[in-house]
Design a protein around this ligand. Structure first.
Ligand code: GAL
Length: 976
């Protein structure tokens, strides 16, 4: 699945970079709208409209969040944390259920997504593949590509024709959102994904994608995440990049750290473009049976973010994208084999859009990358070693203005000891100075920590000699500068500023001592980080408000831009937007509790509103405005009762009428992966690409059959968690995960000389991801069936999702429903009349393998203006042998395997869920052995926010509409 090894991937085989000259990309004059922009780059950084820019970016997959208004939520949250870019994979298979059919409407409306990114003020790194990996089915290849022959990710003609079809579609949309045209914010375009094969064919393939992209009107720089490949020659990209996952993906041991790899040598090799990480580890995916996402969040927690992301800065990287910043949900059958429904990824923003401590940490660094403009152009510079040998420091300098950066951490990144040191820093004319100056204090690295300290840094009208606190942001507000520094709670800090004459210094809050040194013209402030200290220095135009917080305090600050300048907001859970309206500021955001809000703005601002309501505010001693805002009202969720149940595997019964099913009678397929007996049984060959499939085999028994060997491929990767279950003439034969299993036959089950039926229900955990082999074409479903005792032949029929590639419900799309009887009958949909079903209560244990459907309705009454992330929980006191598919209002939002786990809570995104009305839940439970059933089912509240967010319902057809379309798509006679 991953072609990289070790901490960052394969780096061998590098050939000297010649690279491209910096591009100046202007849209052609004829179509140039008034606001065309330029994107250029050199070995330091990207420059946007000529301004060197640090790219601080996060990955987000819209297709893992099927509720468009929530895309805006994620993008706003990213922007609020200081991300200036979002990296997006576009999933071919998500848009193309059938060759030649492309859908960009509703939850697939990529135009709308890109408009939202523009409106949120965030750049887009577009990654349209054609191959994307991403732990998704077939790595993003569409189901219909499975039954083609050409080598994937090559110049094979059939593969080429297929991906060109996709590129024509997606490029058309991406092209009209390019930043260079002034219409959108698409900044960079990725060619393929982690292609580590430098063969002549791979090079031609890359070149063909690039030529096609250009022909389709793509003018922004082409990037790659191919580590050392495609730097020069055929197929070279404009800006090559490195992917790196130093913590790997084993979340079972979240304390375990690997070392920090020093990318300084890669930085040197990249002579014409910056050190760029299209994917640097932002979390980790988890696997079936894994420890769950909180463990992954710990593995890649704030300490990891500080140490590794700042090490990248130390190596000179000015382009970092984190995979993932919001992971989302593998709803429907989107996941590749191995991973489960949640793709939370232990990311900074959870699958249910909740901000975590990882988000807070990224905000601290992210704000700094924008506030400190000199960071975009730095060279490594030698520096003295710390006086504590357990620690190491890297230094960088901006060659134009002399700003220095000192990045300090433990020499062994995994070291958890608590250490202090002094540093020797170079202070312009003052020369080398050992800091901190204050006797009895030192710089501390307590455990897995990293600090990035500044020296010789000029901002606004200030001249910072150095600080042992870190800078979160600085801004000019009207006639004064404001700087926000922070450090770990209770640690000492020292900040030194230079002035020509001694300024007046006023400590408004906190315990800060000031010392003026007339000889060096330095004003030294000493303090301990605790809450928020406030100091004003100087008067009038040159004055500075210095805010010094501990990390906990700093994270509650939000910086927002308005047309009249930046503002700082302190207090709320989230500040989304700020707009200046005369003397008033209109702020929007979210609160998790009632509390104070403080606004730092220019002198022209005298008041503010919060989510449209005026806030009574007083002016503070630091000339900010302070008021109070409300938190959310308490919410209680209904219990799920009044369940109805229907047995739902009529396919098991020998009398079931399968005359409308497809006979598996094909004897040829282009797919080279069918290397089993004929006829072909592979479900993909019969256009059933996703979800469960049923097979019914008819045979005339001789009476001598003693056992049946059944073999299926359910998708084995990172464990074997698919399953198939089989019955003979209604008698349960047993189950098996994947592969072959011989099931003994009780002679009394056979009807000698008559029609006998083998019914097999087969899981499809997805198609494999792809290196080059074509393994995404591995068959799914049954692959072999033979009797022991007699050479009796079997004639098979297959049944999968309604319509195969012709979807009766294109809104929910190709991944939503499979071939269970209930799915085919539309029982998951709202509007289905289940009144005739029996009532039942949960938990419910069964002693009979098969499939049961459970349905109930519930009403939600979430107060308007509140965002309440809700999940559906299945709880089993002890594991039973069943797997459940969870539908909310017809959308498949979860797959639960009781005896595998780990996921028990399934996020239900607002928009699919109706927070202000009725909702339908339907659960199909496949009891794979005698002890099946369904556990306790409840709704859980994962958070409660008063919010500016107001997601609209996602329009989707109900039972009547889908079944009408379904009838139209069915072959005559095929009613079940
Ligand atoms: C990378 C790949 C991504 C994703 C990631 C692991 O190698 O490019 O698509 O699979 O690994 O989550």
């Amino acid at each position: 699945m991953f072609a990289f090894q070790g901490p960052f991937g394969r780096l061998a085989g590098y050939s000297a970079a010649v690279g491209l000259l910096a591009l100046s990309l202007q849209a052609p004059a004829a179509s140039t709208p008034p606001h065309a922009h330029t994107i250029t780059y050199d070995h330091y950084s990207l420059s946007i409209d000529g301004k060197p820019t640090y790219l601080w970016s996060g990955s987000f997959h819209y297709w893992r969040l099927p509720s468009p208004d929530l895309w805006a939520d994620v993008l706003q949250k990213m922007k609020a944390a200081g991300f200036n870019a979002v990296e997006i994979y576009f999933d071919w298979g998500y848009h193309s259920p059938k060759r030649g059919v492309y859908d960009f409407a509703g939850i697939r409306d990529v135009d709308r997504l890109l408009d939202m990114a523009r409106d949120a003020g965030i750049y887009v790194i577009a990654r349209p593949g054609p191959y994307i990996n991403a732990e998704t089915d077939a790595g993003g290849f569409p189901g219909w590509l499975v039954t083609t022959a050409g080598k994937p990710r090559s110049t094979a003609p059939d593969y080429t024709a297929a991906y060109r079809e996709w590129m024509t579609q997606i490029d058309r949309i991406l092209a009209r959102h390019q930043f260079t045209d002034g219409r959108g914010t698409v900044l960079l375009y990725q060619v393929e994904n982690e292609l580590y094969d430098d063969s002549a064919d791979s090079r031609r393939y890359m070149q063909d994608i690039e030529d096609k992209a250009h022909a389709d009107g793509i003018t922004v720089p082409l990037i790659g995440n191919h580590n050392d490949n495609f730097f020069t020659g055929v197929g070279a990209v404009d800006m090559p990049g490195y992917d790196s996952y130093p913590a790997d993906f084993d979340c079972t041991r979240p304390e375990r750290w690997n070392g920090v790899y020093d990318f300084a040598s890669e930085r040197k090799r990249l002579t014409h473009s910056p050190l760029f990480f299209p994917e640097f580890q932002g979390g980790a995916f988890d696997v079936w049976g894994g420890p769950g996402y909180e463990a992954c969040r710990k593995l890649t927690g704030p300490d990891f973010e500080r140490v590794f992301y700042e090490s990248n800065i130390a190596a000179g990287s000015t382009m970092q994208n984190f995979y993932m910043t919001y992971g989302g949900i593998n709803w429907g059958w989107l996941s590749s084999p191995g991973v489960y429904t949640s793709y939370d990824y232990g990311a900074p923003i959870t699958a249910n859009r909740i901000l975590t401590n990882k988000y807070d940490q990224q905000k601290l660094i992210g704000y700094m990358t924008h506030a400190v403009a000199p960071l975009a152009r730095t060279d490594a510079v030698a520096t003295s070693v710390p006086d504590n040998p357990r620690l190491r420091v890297n230094a960088r300098v901006n060659p134009e203005d002399g700003t220095r950066f000192y990045i300090l951490r433990h020499a062994d990144a995994a070291d958890t000891s608590n250490d202090t040191t002094h540093l020797r820093v170079t202070l312009g004319k003052t020369g080398d100075t050992t800091i901190p100056l204050q006797a009895g204090t030192a710089i501390r690295i307590n455990g897995r920590d990293s600090k990035m300290l500044l020296a010789n840094y000029r901002f606004g009208r200030q001249d910072l000699a150095y600080s042992t606190s870190e800078l979160m942001t600085q801004l000019r507000m009207g006639d004064r500068d404001v700087a926000l520094l922070y450090g770990r709670h209770d640690e000492d800090g020292e900040t030194v500023l230079r002035y020509s004459t001694e300024p007046t210094t006023r400590v408004i809050d906190g315990n800060v001592t000031a010392h003026w040194d007339a000889a060096t013209h330095m004003l030294r402030l000493n303090y301990r980080h605790d809450g928020l200290a406030r100091v004003t220095i100087g008067q009038g135009e040159t004055s500075l408000l210095l805010l010094i917080g501990d990390n906990e305090t700093a994270k509650h600050f939000w910086q927002l831009d308005t047309s009249t300048g930046p503002v700082l907001v302190r207090g709320p859970y989230l500040a989304r937007t700020a707009t200046g309206e005369g003397e008033q500021l209109a702020l929007t955001g979210d609160t998790d509790k009632a509390g104070d809000i403080e606004v730092f703005a220019g002198p022209g601002i005298h008041g503010f509103t919060w989510n449209g309501a005026p806030v009574t505010a007083k002016v503070t001693a630091s000339s900010s405005l302070q008021g109070h805002i409300d938190g959310p009202q308490p919410v209680s969720l209904p219990s799920l009762t009044a369940w109805r149940i229907s047995e739902a595997a009529p396919e098991i019964a020998p009398t079931f009428d399968d005359s409308g099913w497809t006979a598996t009678d094909r004897t040829t397929t282009p797919n080279p992966y069918w290397n089993h007996e004929l006829p072909i049984l592979d479900s993909d060959d019969y256009d059933f690409h996703h979800g469960n499939v049923w097979y019914r085999g008819h045979f005339t028994a001789t009476g001598k059959e003693t056992a049946i060997l059944l073999a299926a491929n359910t998708g084995v990767h990172l464990g074997n968690h698919g399953i198939f279950t089989a019955w003979l003439n209604g008698h349960f034969l047993g189950n098996n995960p994947s592969g072959a299993q011989q099931f003994p036959i009780d002679p009394s089950w056979l009807k000698t000389g008559g029609d006998n039926i083998v019914s097999v229900l087969v899981d499809n955990t997805g198609h494999l991801q792809e290196e080059h082999s074509g393994s995404f074409r591995e068959p799914r479903g049954l692959i072999a069936a033979t009797f022991a005792g007699a050479p009796t032949g079997i004639r098979w029929k297959i049944q999968g999702n309604v319509g195969g590639e012709n979807l009766p419900d294109p809104v929910r799309g190709p991944f939503n429903a499979g071939g269970l009887y209930g799915e085919r009958m539309g029982w998951q949909l709202p509007g289905f009349a289940d009144e005739r079903w029996a009532t039942t209560t949960l938990p419910r244990a069964t002693d009979k393998p098969g499939v049961d459907w459970y349905r109930t309705r519930f009403h939600l009454d979430i107060p308007a203006g509140q965002d309440v992330p809700i999940a559906l929980r299945i709880h089993d006191i002890a594991p039973h042998h069943y797997r459940a598919i969870i539908f909310i209002n017809g959308w498949q939002m979860g797959r639960y395997i009781s005896d595998v786990g780990p996921q028990t809570d399934f996020e239900l995104p607002a928009g699919l869920l109706n927070p202000h009305g009725d909702n339908t839940v339907a659960i199909a439970s496949w009891s794979t052995a005698q002890d099946g059933g369904l556990g306790e089912v409840s709704l859980v509240m994962q958070g409660n926010y008063r919010s500016a967010l107001d997601p609209k319902p996602v329009a989707a057809p109900d039972y009547q509409q889908v079944t009408k379309a379904q009838k139209a798509s069915l072959k005559p006679g095929a009613t079940n």
